[in-house]
Write a protein that binds this ligand. Structure first.
Ligand code: ZN
Length: 134
């Protein structure tokens, strides 16, 4: 793992949260993107070298909507940057971590991603991110 790539925050209303984070960070989001495969609308902010990803569910049955129902709005996942997602996935699987997908998926902000189940990662949903080249 290279560094924390971003922190994902689950929100109910992306418009309202974009306004809040624009005030908080003193800068507007640089990108808003729908990720169909994950059923989310994402919005990205920079804070110096760090990134914050807001996530709103596109439907009431989506994973983010269900997460908010259970736990409320707030920190949803920590994403780590990796250079070779497939070899990291193999390594982590061998170490006993449970992957939520067998293959990397296309994520927001030009990334290949894979999530690790929080049960095997100390209660934290972990995302691996590799820069995509297309
Ligand atoms: Zn993320």
């Amino acid at each position: 793992m290279q560094k924390i790539e971003h922190i994902g925050i689950a929100v109910k209303d992306i418009e309202a949260s974009e306004q809040l984070y624009t005030l908080l960070l003193g800068t507007p989001p640089y990108k808003r993107e729908v990720v169909e495969s994950e059923g989310v609308i994402t919005s990205f902010f920079r804070a110096g070298p760090n990134k914050i990803e807001l996530l709103q569910s596109v439907s009431p049955e989506g994973v983010i909507a269900r997460y908010i129902e259970k736990k409320g709005e707030g920190i949803h996942h920590i994403a780590y940057a990796v250079t070779d997602i497939k070899s990291e996935m193999t390594r982590l699987k061998e170490e006993g971590f449970r992957l939520l997908s067998e293959e990397p998926k296309k994520g927001a902000d030009n990334k290949l991603i894979c999530f690790l189940h929080p049960k095997t990662a100390g209660g934290v949903l972990v995302e691996l991110c590799q820069e995509r080249e297309d």
